[in-house]
Design a binder for this molecule. Structure first.
Ligand SMILES: Cc1ncc(COP(=O)(O)O)c(C=O)c1O
Length: 400
């Protein structure tokens, strides 16, 4: 800090207390660094930082120490060389597609059953920019491979556990089939989180998360992140310096704090979700339950192997017998503990009607093709007492 003793009150109000040199002690938790710019006593040092020949920070759109702490933690938990954070999960998905080489004239093969905004990003925004997009049943590996081969696809995009139908992607097989034809495998692993699976260890090239969900876990931050190789990270970093889809330091700090309890929350949520799924299956008002932990789920054996018996995630979906949109709305309004809110992966139990929210941007025909009916409800199981969740569902089912 420069000497302010001969300056006016007005000048001291601006500069006093600022730019104290780093202290010789280490805080236990990563501090929040809300600064946009950095002061260098030597302009040569700043020049060297810009040139990447000296480590350092220059500008908040480039990088930030709190965001870097979050990226380091994600890279560690995903077993990746590096990670790049974004202001939302959708920003991360968009960046990963571009980073993997998607541009006009290229092709993308994607799972039919993906988050609605991802579906629309591919089929409206990217398709509108001359990218060829084909949506396939990701559990049919021959269909996936022929689509990649026929189209000469640059990217295969899947969700490790799909939203909202809970299909499980066989990441090792899909990675092998994609690589055989020169395509990269991008895995949105939001539902599984690194607690259940590390997609890169199974051959994926990019593991993407909406960190808004399980990673942060408390419903108070919007964030996204990509775990990948150092080479890919460098490309993503350079692009994001231009695009500016950055995560802010306050959000990064919240996400980093959330991460600390990820294993505890996921363990509880996996156990409770399995119990809720089994209970729902026994209910006469419930037509069908989608949950990979159920033994009759088509990818149950795969899920057991891929997730190493740690659990099957905290989200499930189910259809209420004979219920149309109005019937589902009545059911959702009758719930007292499970909150009808448009998100998932929080400590709170949350219900959502995919047809009118997460998958609203799809046409009715597209939803029918994916398999999302008006009677489908998505439930993200929180960390409340499972008995309270069950009794809430029981009361609302009786009313709905
Ligand atoms: C599987 C999945 N991926 C990506 C996203 C987008 O994340 P965000 O809302 O953080 O942009 C969502 C949001 O619900 C999601 O469910």
């Amino acid at each position: 800090m420069k000497d302010l003793s001969h300056t006016s009150f007005q000048t001291r109000a601006v500069h006093a207390g600022e730019r104290v040199p780093p202290a010789d002690y280490t805080p236990v938790t990563s501090p929040i660094w809300p600064t946009v710019g950095y002061l260098y006593e030597s302009m040569d040092d700043l020049d060297a930082v810009f040139a990447h020949s000296k480590p350092g920070q220059v500008y908040l759109r480039y990088s930030n120490p709190t965001v870097e702490a979050f990226e380091t933690a994600i890279a560690n938990l995903e077993g990746a060389e590096a990670a790049q954070a974004y202001g939302s999960g959708m920003a991360a998905i968009h960046a990963a597609l571009l980073g993997a080489g998607v541009k006009a004239g290229t092709s993308v093969v994607a799972a039919l059953d993906v988050y609605g905004a991802t579906y629309t990003l591919l089929n409206n925004l990217f398709a509108g920019m001359d990218v060829n997009v084909r949506m396939v049943d990701v559990t049919n590996h021959d269909e996936v491979e022929s689509a990649i081969k026929e189209m000469g696809a640059t990217v295969l995009f899947v969700e490790s556990i799909s939203n909202p139908l809970l299909k499980v992607a066989d990441i090792p097989v899909l990675a092998e089939r994609a690589h055989r034809h020169g395509a990269s495998l991008l895995v949105d692993s939001t539902f599984a989180s690194p607690y259940l699976v590390n997609p890169l260890a199974h051959g994926a090239d990019f593991a993407i998360h909406s960190a808004t969900k399980y990673l942060s876990g408390h419903g108070d931050v919007l964030a996204g992140v990509i775990a990948t190789s150092r080479e890919n990270k460098n490309k993503l970093f350079e692009t994001n310096k231009l695009v500016g889809a950055v995560l802010g330091p306050f959000e990064a700090w919240l996400a980093l704090r959330g991460l600390k309890t990820l294993p505890l929350r996921m363990k509880q949520q996996c156990e409770s979700a399995l119990q809720v799924a089994k209970w729902l299956q026994s209910q006469r008002r419930v037509k069908k339950v989608n949950y990979p932990g159920l033994t009759d789920h088509p990818q149950h054996t795969l899920a057991k192997r891929l997730f190493e018996e740690k659990g099957y995630g905290g989200v499930l979906s189910f259809e209420i017998k004979g219920a149309d949109k109005a019937g589902v709305f009545r059911f959702m309004e009758s719930l007292k503990i499970c909150l009808p809110a448009t998100t998932l992966g929080d400590v709170y139990s949350l219900v959502l009607h995919p047809a009118t929210s997460s998958h609203r941007s799809l046409t009715a025909e597209e939803r029918a093709r994916v398999g999302i009916s008006d009677g489908l409800v998505r439930l993200s199981v929180g960390i409340e007492s499972v008995d309270d969740i069950l009794s809430d569902l029981e009361t609302a089912l009786a009313k709905g």
